[in-house]
Design a protein around this ligand. Structure first.
Ligand code: NAD
Ligand code: GLY
Length: 357
């Protein structure tokens, strides 16, 4: 097992990464304060891993809430099912919520924990590659609104993150690829050495080589932990983790939640951000081509959907959380391995990128 720490003073917490961690009861025990837990999962993951997780919770009063599966269920309405389960089972302020699942379960479980009785402890047990390398770390929680992605939420850090890499064995290939979009993101925004490693090892990752996957997860979590420790509330550099996300969120919202996976939308959005960066004179054409090759090698889409008009893109993009005082900020690439958050992009170049689609 490998351990990383998210350094946030008294709210610091460990990330445990390894094989077989779901069977290690002693890992969770120190992070459960009271005598009751509530495990939130969904109808796909619960049959696979709920029982295994529950074995770690003997002696505690535990209730389970099993949500419907899918991004389109990441809503305030479905969130209410968690509160109802907690109230029916007498969860109190000392209860600990355990989110067992991908980013949707983690974001919703985290938001329920942030808001139930004004905040209770929670633990992230991510089961998709995307949630292992990104969403389970850093305390961003929330749900979607029909008009915008992740528009309702809170920052609420977990007590610990337990990444059992064995759970990836049941994840389908499309979801594995979606997770790789966020892994590639770390290389593009802050680590050219990792980018080189990813280029060389993409076929091993696609073949699910356990060592390659463990390294990619560890390195990604290391980046995420560092960024979050420096800028927990996204006052500055944490925004750089959103490379491709402003375009991507427009794709997710515009195409209907769940039709494009988050990672797929981020991949196509990353290409759009790279093309705009090239038009700004920051990236070379062959670097844009290199980015496309890497994303394509991970079986990710590099072309955005053609059914959204430039005006529709701009409409969704203008509701992004990086909009400040009505001005849209974008994460672009100054060079390979160096991202920048800027409002000083050329709007004609942005329109040209959107129109090319
Ligand atoms: P997801 O949670 O929808 O999971 C993808 C699919 O895989 C689901 O059908 C799920 O049931 C299934 N699944 C999960 N684990 C499995 C396993 N081990 N075996 C078989 N099937 C499994 O999607 P995701 O990609 O994990 O997360 C995407 C969500 O994360 C989006 O809502 C996005 O906004 C959010 N997100 C949040 C942050 C953050 O910082 N909080 C960061 C990135 C993404
Ligand atoms: N996924 C972006 C962030 O956590 O800030």
């Amino acid at each position: 097992m490998q351990t990383l720490n998210v350094e946030l003073g008294e709210r610091s917490y460990p990330i445990y990464i390894g094989s077989g961690l779901l069977d290690q009861a002693e890992l969770l025990a120190p992070y459960i304060a009271g005598n009751s837990t509530i495990t939130v999962s969904n109808e796909t993951i619960a049959p696979l891993y709920m029982q295994q997780l529950q074995m770690n919770l003997s002696g505690l009063k535990n209730c389970q809430v099993v949500l419907p599966d899918g991004e389109h269920h990441k809503t305030l309405d479905v969130l209410n099912q968690i509160y109802t389960g907690m109230l029916e089972n007498g969860s109190d302020r000392r209860s600990t919520l355990i989110a067992l699942g991908g980013g949707v379960v983690g974001d919703m479980g985290g938001f329920a924990a942030a808001s139930y009785q004004r905040g209770i402890n929670f633990i992230q047990v991510p089961t998709t590659l995307l949630s292992m390398v990104d969403s389970s770390v850093g305390g961003k929680t929330g749900v979607n609104h029909p008009l915008g992605k992740n528009m309702i939420g809170a920052f609420h850090q977990p007590q610990c993150v337990v990444i059992d890499t064995d759970t990836l064995s049941t994840l389908n290939d499309r979801e594995l690829s979606a997770g790789l979009a966020e892994v590639i993101k770390y290389g593009l925004i802050r680590d050219t050495e990792f980018l080189g490693w990813l280029t060389e090892n993409m076929s091993q990752l696609m073949r699910r080589d356990p060592e390659a996957l463990a390294y990619a997860i560890y390195r990604s979590c290391q980046h995420k932990a560092e960024v979050v420790a420096d800028d927990e509330r996204e006052q500055g550099q944490r925004a750089l983790l959103n490379l491709g996300h402003t375009f991507g969120h427009a794709i997710e919202s515009g195409m209907g939640y769940g039709n494009w996976l988050h990672g797929e939308a981020v991949a196509a959005g990353t290409v759009m951000a790279a093309e705009l960066s090239q038009k700004m004179g920051w990236l070379q054409l062959d670097e844009v081509a290199e980015i496309k090759r890497l994303l394509a090698a991970a079986n990710l889409p590099i072309d955005p959907p053609t059914s959204l008009s430039p005006a529709e893109y701009l409409g969704y993009m203008s509701r992004d959380k990086k909009v400040q005082d009505g001005v849209m900020n974008l994460v672009l690439l100054k060079s390979m391995g160096e991202a920048v958050l800027t409002k000083d992009y050329d709007t004609d170049a942005l329109k040209a990128v959107l129109e090319r689609m």
